[in-house]
Design a protein around this ligand. Sequence first.
Ligand SMILES: C[S@@+](CC[C@H](N)C(=O)[O-])C[C@H]1O[C@@H](n2cnc3c(N)ncnc32)[C@H](O)[C@@H]1O
Length: 253
Amino acid sequence: MSWSPSTYLAFADERTRPAADLLARAPSENPARVADLGCGPGNSTALLAARWPQAKIEGIDSSPQMIEAAKKSGVAADFTLADLASWTPAAAYDVIFSNATYQWLPDHRVLLPRLMGFVAKGGVFAFQVPNNQYSPSHTLMRDVAAQGPWVEKLANVRGIFVERVQTYFDILAPHAASLDIWASEYLHVLDGEDAVFRWVSGTGLRPFLDALDADERETFTREYKARLNVAYPRRADGKTLFPFSRLFAVAKI
Ligand SMILES: C[S@@+](CC[C@H](N)C(=O)[O-])C[C@H]1O[C@@H](n2cnc3c(N)ncnc32)[C@H](O)[C@@H]1O
């Protein structure tokens, strides 16, 4: 799956805000080793480096484009290309942090305990995932995918993997000394035409568009934009309001 760091960073403030909110709840005073899993272009890693300037910080991501952008970002961290599905670090971390990444990996019942096992005793495992799979931005994407001539091509395109809040409690609690789980809804105020379309183009829409040829992509885009513009109308002041729910978890190990 391809990633465009520049399309992703078009909404850098909005996308980085939940990372800051998550970090504010991470109870670690002086960690020696910190990992940012799914570091993207380094925007979330920059927050970690600012909070813990003495720590050795590592950013891990499976996208060569993202790792290249992260390396150029000037953030004081080591950036490594790796797939979290199989990533196994050489030593334990004091903090494993992840913002807006685990939704791309399946089977959180296996994934999360495995990653928690890489946190040293007394350390912190903190993550945030979008909780918007039932919002119009995503249901309309799936509706268009299920209703056009591309049905078969898109039948196996994966959506995002996010569990219910209660399920995360069940997954994390057996491995955590203490646990803090919460959800927040942000109201993003976006400027310009087709603002929600431009937002999802940087994330959840990519697997769908990647699977289509140029003509199909154009037709899919036209239909999806039309539906989005009904669900998220542009206001008279030119702004589009985009409510966006996110789920947070901080486990002390
Ligand atoms: C939405 S971006 C999040 C970037 C950054 N953490 C932030 O806070 O904005 C999700 C990142 O997860 C990465 N990713 C997706 N699947 C992955 C996997 N299996 N292993 C490692 N990284 C993955 C993508 O390449 C992308 O950079």
